[in-house]
Write a protein that binds this ligand. Structure first.
Ligand code: DER
Length: 227
């Protein structure tokens, strides 16, 4: 379908920004995978050398290893030069909602450790205001998770615990995701602050000020937006 073509265009465009010797972050999801595949192809063709990568999820780590990309272990021993990741929603200030793929906590850790965070999306992800099209994933510890659910409801969300195979979905960290439908969020920074004040709430999908570039592919072609 067209979104698939646009995801491929955006992902491959971002992969062309990787330079030999870089430490790179590999994103999670159906757009970032195109960047990962293109990086692997550039390594195997000899176009790139001296690359080491950190994955943003077990799933993206497995995919990258299968593609023959040299991976660092769980630690992030050096600053990451460039990370390529997807997003679920992008607003005009290049703030994001992420987490549709469940990897939001590792994705944010990697993003915050990256000199450059390149977000790759099809044009359907663009939105006038975060929350317009997408719910906000919130990662919570199992201990006391229903109190986090009540907190999110008190902030105005309709909250649905994410389910997988008839059980609570578990992140790579073994935590639970509460998908929280807020609708358009007037003050994403303020909401992020309120969420981060709660001990059992270990991650959320609001990525404020973290994207340095957004590469958008759509009917109008490919656009590379800079912060
Ligand atoms: O979970 C995430 O934030 C992923 O980046 C993912 O949601 C991006 O979506 P995609 O599969 O449409 O690229």
């Amino acid at each position: 379908d067209t979104a698939h073509r646009f995801k491929q265009q955006a992902g491959e465009q971002a992969a062309s920004l990787v330079q030999s010797g870089m430490v790179i972050g590999l994103g999670t999801g159906s757009t970032a995978i195109f960047a990962t595949r293109r990086v692997a192809a550039r390594i195997h063709s000899g176009d790139l050398s001296g690359i080491v990568a950190i994955a943003t999820s077990r799933a993206s780590e497995t995919a990258a290893r299968c593609l023959g990309i040299p991976m660092l272990t769980d630690d992030i021993p050096r600053e990451i030069d460039l990370t390529i990741d997807g997003a679920d929603e992008v607003d005009p200030a290049m703030n994001l909602i992420k987490g549709g793929g469940g990897a939001l906590l590792r994705e944010k850790i990697v993003a915050q450790a990256s000199r450059r965070e390149i977000i790759v999306v099809d044009a359907g992800k663009l939105s006038p205001r975060l929350g317009t099209h997408w719910l906000l994933p919130v990662e919570v510890l199992e201990f006391g998770w229903r109190s986090q659910l009540r907190l999110l409801e008190s902030l105005g969300a309709i909250v649905t615990p994410r389910i997988a195979d008839d059980n609570l979905y578990r992140t790579d960290q073994g935590n639970i995701i509460l998908d929280s439908r807020f609708g358009p969020i007037p003050d994403p920074t303020g909401l992020a602050g309120k969420l981060e004040a709660h001990a059992g709430l270990v991650g959320h999908g609001l990525f404020i000020g973290l994207a340095s570039d957004v590469i958008v592919a759509g009917e109008a072609g490919i656009r590379h937006l800079h912060r």
